[in-house]
Write a new protein. Structure first.
Length: 364
């Protein structure tokens, strides 16, 4: 199957309206459309958000047996569907199911006078599925007959801070990393682009990156080293109850402005020790963004053969402290900040340690 683009990501959430308000207020998303029983989406409420080339679909079940309700009951709010754009959804569905992937929803057409969208769904990893999407006609009409679009919903804004989804990070239980990589290679034609072992004190994790030939789908897949001290990946797997998307990385072209703006709106970011910046010049030399602009915001920087990259994690706002967002700004760099990964995960570990300490204090 040929992946043309990352069409959208669907989150299953307890309250789609509340989640939409939060993402709009904090991250600058806009409501592009609504769906529910009255628009052909039985048993659910959905809100479509957009910003730049990003499309997020937030869905809540209206009864206990709806898949969204079951997902939230088991995992809490989180990514449930990754939607991939393809030129022929029905053919792609046949190809991936013949390759041994379980089909979840056979091809179905959604259409009106201006647009036609064909979708089909297959199993992915954990309880996360893949939606195959084929579009023709008016591509701003997200799901004709199911999502009622808002006026001007297809028009972008030059003020958008977030441009597209750069990658998704996936946590899998120990022993499932290689099989998850192989699944994406065999089913979606992804290639393994990078792999490493990450050490954080007494903790350890294995990480591999797979990417579609178009570069549209990039997954960083991580499994814990269970021979070492349990850490945040173990926490995610326990609190999320199995494999899932740990974070979505949003690409921005001005990370300093983005972090400042989002922080002013109430988004909290992981804290980076000041010592990281004291050694930065010696490690990397001159950086495209001045160190004194990065230091107060906690933004990390790394370089590869193609250029520099800047990144930061937001703190999780989910009750289980599972899913969170990342901001990334690429100045030519194509990789994932190898030198930054320990610092990023150490920052997240400090955040979770504070939560554990708070819980312990409250229990005492």
């Amino acid at each position: 199957m040929k992946v043309l683009d990352l069409d959208h990501v669907e989150f299953y959430v307890a309250d789609a309206s509340a989640a939409a308000r939060s993402l709009c207020a904090a991250y600058g998303f806009r409501v592009y459309g609504h769906g529910g029983p009255e628009t052909g989406l039985a048993g659910q409420r959905s809100v479509l958000l957009g910003q730049g080339d990003i499309r997020l679909l937030l869905t809540s079940g209206l009864h206990a047996v709806h898949p969204a309700s079951q997902f939230v009951a088991r995992h809490g709010d989180g990514v449930a569907v990754i939607a991939l754009r393809t030129d022929r959804a029905a053919i792609a569905y046949g190809e991936v199911t013949e390759a041994g992937t379980a089909g979840l929803s056979p091809p179905r057409a959604w259409e009106n006078d201006a647009a036609r969208v064909v979708t089909a769904e297959v199993a992915g990893f954990g309880d996360v599925g893949y939606r195959l999407v084929e579009r023709s006609g008016d591509e701003t009409d997200f799901q004709p007959g199911a999502i009622e679009m808002m006026p001007e919903s297809g028009a972008g804004s030059g003020r958008d801070l977030l441009r597209r989804i750069d990658h998704l990070a996936v946590c899998v239980p120990a022993g499932e990393l290689d099989s998850t990589v192989a699944f994406h290679e065999q089913v979606f034609g992804c290639a393994l682009t990078f792999g490493e072992y990450i050490e954080l004190g007494n903790q350890g994790m294995h990480s591999k990156v797979v990417q579609s030939s178009s570069g549209a789908l990039t997954l960083t897949i991580i499994e814990p080293d269970v021979s070492r001290t349990p850490g945040q990946i173990d926490d995610f797997l326990a609190w999320h109850d199995g494999a899932g998307v740990q974070h979505v990385a949003y690409l921005t072209t001005d990370i300093v402005r983005a972090v400042r703006t989002l922080a002013d709106r109430g988004v909290e970011f992981a804290v980076t020790p000041t010592g990281y910046y004291d050694m930065l010049g010696q490690r990397l030399g001159r950086t495209d963004i001045a160190v004194e602009a990065l230091r107060p915001l906690g933004i990390l920087v790394d370089r590869d053969h193609w250029g520099q990259m800047f990144q930061i994690f937001a703190k999780s706002t989910h009750i289980r402290r599972t899913y969170f967002a990342e901001l990334i700004d690429r100045h030519g760099a194509r990789t994932f900040g190898t030198s930054n990964i320990p610092a990023l995960y150490a920052a997240k570990e400090r955040e979770l340690a504070e939560i554990r300490d708070t819980v312990g204090t409250n229990r005492a």
